[in-house]
Design a protein. Structure first.
Lengths: 115, 113
């Protein structure tokens, strides 16, 4: 299957700082990327959908100014958690779909811990 | 928000036994997919079944889809300890090939050696 690489896999940051998470499609062009958040033993909650070259569409209740999403190219989307708080600690996962790829392929996830 | 529910929430079996997980969903779908997630890791795509298909096989996996009942099942035959993971079903709405996926809560499968 297609490969989606997410980086970093783990990050610890101080409250008030910003953290950037990258999601790359390595062997296909991802016209659409999705960002999810997952709490322990819970399902994936969609945060936002991003299409290459346009603004992301955020789900209800997700602060767009706090979770900045950029999808500037067909192979890279980034999620920046701004002014992080301990309650932002979670597991963040990206997935990517392309015109030739009907399945959604997922990155390895990023464990964010805000201290 | 979630679309479907997996059943059971947790399943514990011995190696060699078969594991069956069920998924129900609410709306008309384009396709249904099953994913596997090891603890603290990303999701691995297992199998996709389209709305006009009733059954699909891949290795030790067998997936069925009943669109009249809005349900699907995932059967893992001859389970192994390495199959221990969470399994999620995900649906994509009819008319949407690249749109969002709706995930269920998942089934935590534990296979004892």
């Amino acid at each position: 299957g297609a490969v989606v690489s997410q980086h970093p896999s783990r990050v610890i940051c101080k409250s008030g700082t910003s953290v950037k998470i990258e999601c790359r499609s390595l062997d296909f062009q991802a016209t659409t990327m999705f960002w999810y958040r997952q709490f322990p033993k819970q399902s994936l909650m969609l945060m936002a959908t991003s299409n290459e070259g346009s603004k992301a569409t955020y789900e209800q209740g997700v602060e767009k100014d706090k979770f900045l999403i950029n999808h500037a190219s067909l192979t890279l989307s980034t999620l920046t958690v701004t002014s992080a708080h301990p309650e932002d600690s979670s597991f963040y996962i990206c997935s990517a779909s392309g015109t030739a790829v009907f399945e959604a392929f997922f990155g390895q996830g990023t464990r964010l811990t805000v201290v | 928000s979630q679309q479907g529910e997996e059943d059971p929430q947790a399943l514990s079996i011995q190696e060699g036994e078969n594991a069956t997980m069920n998924c129900s969903y609410k709306t008309s779908i384009n396709n249904l997919q099953w994913y596997r997630q090891n603890s603290g890791r990303g999701l691995v795509h297992l199998i996709l079944i389209r709305s006009n298909e009733r059954e699909k096989h891949s290795g030790r996996l067998r997936v069925t889809l009943d669109t009249s009942k809005k349900s699907s099942s995932l059967l893992i035959t001859a389970s192994r300890a390495a199959d221990t993971a969470s399994y999620f079903c995900a649906t994509r709405d009819r008319g949407s090939t690249l749109g969002r996926l709706y995930f269920g809560r998942g089934t935590q499968l534990t296979v004892w050696p």
